[in-house]
Write a protein that binds this ligand. Structure first.
Ligand code: ATP
Ligand code: MG
Length: 399
C-alpha cells in the first residue's frame, strides 16, 4: 500500500500526478511481470501475485512522489481469519517486553463489526495468545493497522519511507550538464526529485580526455537511472572549442569563455528537445567559476533558467548525498574530464562580462557551435549498465 507524497496539495493536477506516478512505478517495476498496479485517488495498491516483496520494495524506494508504503496482506472478510493473520504477524515480530496496539479504519461501513469492536476482538486475541505482550496506546513498538474495505481486510505493521519528491515528468524536462565530478550527479538526482525529467549533456575532448572519462560519465548516469528507468545521454565533442579558446583567449578568461560555449550548446539542445531549463552542479564559492560574478559572465548567453540544485550546499553535504545515491566512489575515480585539462593556472574569480564578450568576439562562434552540434551522439542508458573497462579501471586506481 503506497501513500502519496506532496501530491495531496496539488488540487486539479492531482489526477495527472497520480497517473504519472503509476506510469513511473510500472516502468521501474517492469521486471516483475505478475505485479498489478492500481492507482486510486488516495492510495496506490501494488498486488504482488507471487512476486518477491523484498525486491519490489527495493525498487519502489527509488520512485519519487511516494511518501511511504506498507507491505500489507489481504484477508477475506472473516474475523476469524483476520485474528489468525494478526497473530502470525505479531508473533513474527515479537520480542521480550514488546508493546502494541491495533488501529482499525473502515472504508466499508457495512461490515458487521465497527472499528472499536475490531480493535477489541483482535487486541484481546493477541493478548491471550502472546504471553508477555502489553497494550500501549502512545508510541507502541508495533502498530497493527487494519483496513476494512469492500474487497477484503488489509493488515500491515510496517511503514517504510519512500523517496519523497514529485513524480519524474510532472515538472517538465531539463538538460543536465553532467561532468565526471561529485557535484553534477547529485544535482541531477535533486532535479529529478522535484519531478524534472532530465537528459544528460556531457562535453568531452578527445584525445585530451580518455575514453574512460566519457565512460565514467555514462556509468554515473547508469547509477542515477534507477530513479527513472533510463536516461538519455548526449555526448558533445568539445575539442575544437577548447583548443580554439585556449589559443585565442587570454588565460584569465579561458574558463569563462569555455563555459559560455558549454551553456550555448546545452541551450541549443534544450531548444531541439523541448527542454525548459539547464541544470548544473555549481555550488556557490566552491571554485573560481562558481562566484556570482562568474555566473553573471556565463549566464549572459541565455535567457533560459540555469538551475543549480546544489548551489547552497557545502561540499560535505553534497558528498553525503553522493554516498547515499551511490555515485561518490565512481565520481572520485581519477579520470580527467575536459575542464581539468584545459583549466588555466589562475582563472579570474571575478570575470567581467564585457571582457568575456570582447575576447569571445574574436572567435567564429557560430562555426564552432555548428561543428560541435554536428558531432553529438545520443544514447539511452539503463539502470545498472556498466561502461568502465575493468582493467583500465584497476590501473587508474594504482595511479
Ligand atoms: P562537478 O563535481 O559536477 O564536476 P565541479 O565542482 O568540479 O563540479 P566544475 O568543474 O567547475 O565544478 O563544473 C561546474 C559544473 O559545470 C558541473 O557541475 C557541471 O554541471 C558542468 N560541467 C563541467 N564540466 C562538464 C563536462 N565535461 N560536461 C558537462 N558539464 C560539465
Ligand atoms: Mg568538475
Amino acid at each position: 500500500m503506497v501513500r502519496y507524497g506532496e501530491l495531496s496539495t496539488k488540487g486539479k493536477n492531482r489526477r495527472n500526478f497520480i497517473d504519472r506516478l503509476a506510469f513511473n512505478v510500472r516502468k521501474s517495476l517492469h521486471q516483475f511481470p505478475n505485479l498489478v498496479v492500481k492507482a486510486h485517488r488516495d492510495r496506490m495498491h501494488l498486488q504482488l501475485h507471487g512476486e518477491d516483496s523484498t525486491a519490489v520494495m527495493t525498487s519502489l524506494k527509488k520512485v519519487f512522489g511516494i511518501q511511504n508504503f506498507s507491505p500489507s496482506i489481504r484477508i477475506e472478510r472473516d474475523i476469524e481469519a483476520v485474528k489468525e493473520a494478526a497473530l502470525t504477524m505479531v508473533k513474527e515480530q515479537f520480542f521480550e517486553g514488546m508493546t502494541f496496539k491495533i488501529n482499525t479504519r473502515r472504508s466499508d461501513h457495512e461490515f458487521i463489526y465497527d472499528t472499536n469492536e475490531i480493535n477489541d476482538l483482535l487486541g484481546g486475541y493477541i493478548l491471550k495468545n502472546v504471553p508477555g505482550i502489553k497494550v500501549k496506546m502512545k508510541h507502541p513498538d508495533l502498530c497493527l493497522r487494519v483496513e476494512v474495505r469492500v474487497n477484503g481486510i488489509f493488515l500491515s505493521s510496517q511503514t517504510i519511507n519512500g523517496a519523497g519528491g514529485l513524480p519524474v515528468g510532472t515538472a517538465g524536462k531539463g538538460m543536465m550538464m553532467l561532468s565526471g565530478g561529485i557535484d553534477s550527479p547529485v544535482a541531477a538526482y535533486l532535479a529529478m526529485k522535484r519531478g524534472v525529467e532530465i537528459e544528460m549533456v556531457h562535453f568531452f575532448s578527445p584525445p585530451y580526455t580518455s575514453e574512460q572519462a566519457l565512460n565514467k560519465a555514462k556509468e554515473l548516469t547508469a547509477k542515477i537511472a534507477p530513479y527513472v528507468g533510463h536516461i538519455k545521454f548526449i555526448e558533445v565533442p568539445f575539442t575544437e572549442i577548447q583548443e580554439t579558446v585556449k589559443h585565442d583567449v587570454p588565460s584569465g578568461y579561458l574558463m569563462t569563455v569555455q563555459r559560455r560555449f558549454m551553456l550555448r550548446l546545452a541551450v541549443l539542445l534544450a531548444a531541439k528537445r523541448n527542454g525548459l531549463a539547464i541544470f548544473n552542479g555549481e555550488s556557490l564559492g566552491q571554485v573560481a567559476s562558481q562566484t556570482l560574478e562568474s555566473m553573471v559572465a556565463i549566464n549572459d548567453v541565455t535567457a533560459l533558467p540555469v538551475l543549480r540544485p546544489v548551489v547552497s550546499l557545502d561540499k560535505n553535504e553534497i558528498i553525503k548525498i553522493a554516498q547515499e545515491i551511490g555515485t561518490f566512489d565512481l565520481s572520485i575515480k581519477p579520470f580527467e574530464d575536459c575542464c581539468t585539462i584545459f583549466a588555466p593556472p589562475a582563472p579570474k574569480t571575478k570575470p567581467r562580462l564585457d571582457k568575456a564578450q570582447e575576447y569571445e568576439a574574436r572567435l567564429d562562434i557560430d562555426g564552432l557551435i555548428e561543428r560541435a552540434m554536428a558531432g553529438i551522439k545520443i544514447s539511452e542508458i539503463k539502470s545498472g549498465e556498466t561502461f568502465l573497462n575493468q582493467q583500465e579501471d584497476e590501473f587508474a586506481e594504482l595511479l
